[in-house]
Design a protein around this ligand. Structure first.
Ligand SMILES: NC(=O)c1ccc[n+]([C@@H]2O[C@H](COP(=O)([O-])OP(=O)(O)OC[C@H]3O[C@@H](n4cnc5c(N)ncnc54)[C@H](OP(=O)(O)O)[C@@H]3O)[C@@H](O)[C@H]2O)c1
Length: 367
């Protein structure tokens, strides 16, 4: 509330937000950004492990006196109009989201629980039968740069003001879709050829759970392919790219764990459409495709060189670049981002801004 003598009073309305799973990597990152958000007030943060401890403990500069509380206690405090961020495992989001929606809260889920349109895909990729398929139709896929308006039936839509459930995209999926989709939409790619995607991510991408394979001595100085042929972001990427291409897409994706704390890069290999190779490695159609997709986008930078996640660490920005290899008629597209920001918490706040009708960059400007 700002009041000055002789001036009218301006009332700044802050929306109450709740963060479930606040002790995890994405949850803590959410709290860090939300602490500086001018239109959000963190009204609660949940963790069983850290219940009773002050939120200011792990977060330097935390402004208030909030304490972590058990998940059920926070659920009880969800009120009409509040925004709940779920930085929880997918199985947990499946039960929290309906409970929160029934209390009138809006939900932004960082897990994969509501990202896929087809309930039948969940047993194969997530290992559970989806208990609430009706919510899959209601969930907006929160990648605002590519799905800015509610789309055609069956299309993932960005969260519009008034929406209630947002499925925040996966980290690899965000980088891959932002790098590849414009090339498909611009018809620079042979639509019949499969797409090959390689991803490399730092250790925070795996979350905080204790696992022998994530010990320092196992991760340091190692590069480890994982979940080969069954990474859960595969159908999510296929779903979004299928919409960009206008027909189903087949994707081969291998993720690698690399010894970084945060950050990821994806490299995609796509068969160029007939005739494109003759235009040379820097075919102007590539830059044109990105320009058409990202004119005015605040959080996608089109680079003239392959990107490095170090260049976007701590920001909500995804860097993209593509080049043509005329010898093999292959388009190589790259995306790099910070998995905890544009790949998780930052994009979730971008989606909150969208729900609240705020400027997309509110609270997301990083030094
Ligand atoms: N890490 C990334 O780069 C990234 C990127 C995009 C999306 N995501 C997604 O975001 C979600 C969180 O990932 P993360 O990496 O931040 O995980 P994490 O570091 O392992 O943290 C998980 C959080 O979930 C809480 N939790 C665990 N079981 C719970 C339950 N039964 N009920 C309520 N809360 C529970 C934990 O709280 P306690 O203190 O109670 O244990 C913890 O705060 C996951 O769905 C993940 O797929 C992660």
């Amino acid at each position: 509330l700002t009041a000055r003598p002789g001036r009218s009073t301006t009332r700044i309305v802050r929306t109450r937000v709740l963060v479930f799973g606040a002790s995890g990597y994405s949850g803590l990152e959410l709290l860090r950004w939300l602490a500086r958000h001018p239109r959000a007030e963190v009204a609660g943060a949940s963790s069983e492990r850290w219940a009773g401890r002050p939120v200011g403990g792990p977060i330097a500069g935390w402004p208030g006196g909030l304490h972590f509380e058990p998940h059920p206690a926070l659920l009880e405090r969800a009120v009409e109009g509040a925004i709940a961020f779920l930085a929880t495992p997918a199985e947990t989001s499946l039960s929290l989201a309906p409970a929160l929606l029934s209390r009138g809260a809006r939900v932004i889920d960082l897990s994969g629980a509501f990202r896929l349109r087809r309930a039948e895909a969940y047993p194969e990729w997530y290992g559970f039968e989806h208990p609430a398929p009706a919510l899959l139709d209601q969930a907006a896929y929160g990648l605002p740069e590519l799905f800015p308006e509610p789309g055609a039936p069956g299309a993932p839509a960005a969260p519009a003001a008034g929406g209630r459930l947002v499925a925040n995209p996966g980290c690899y999926a965000t980088a891959a879709i932002l790098a590849i989709a414009p090339l498909l939409s611009a018809k620079l790619v042979d639509p019949a050829a499969p797409i090959v995607l390689d991803g490399k991510s730092g250790a925070t991408g795996a979350g905080k759970k204790l696992e022998e394979s994530m010990l320092f001595s196992e991760v340091a100085e190692a590069i480890r392919p994982y979940r080969v042929g069954k990474h859960q972001h595969t159908p999510e990427i296929e779903q979004a790219l299928g919409l960009a291409l206008g027909r189903p897409v087949a994707l081969t994706f291998t993720a690698h764990l690399v010894p970084l704390r945060r950050g990821l890069v994806v490299s995609a290999y796509l068969r160029a459409r007939a005739g494109l190779a003759g235009r040379g490695s820097g075919a102007p159609e590539i830059a044109e495709a990105y320009r058409a997709a990202y004119a005015g986008a605040r959080f996608v930078r089109v680079r003239s060189e392959p990107p490095d996640p170090a260049g976007v660490a701590g920001t909500n920005i995804c860097d993209v670049h593509a080049v043509l290899d005329p010898r093999t008629e292959t388009l190589i597209a790259f995306g790099a981002l910070d998995n905890l920001v544009k790949g998780a918490a930052g994009q979730a706040i971008q989606n909150m801004n969208r729900l609240l009708g705020l400027d997309p960059s509110t609270g997301l400007v990083a030094p």
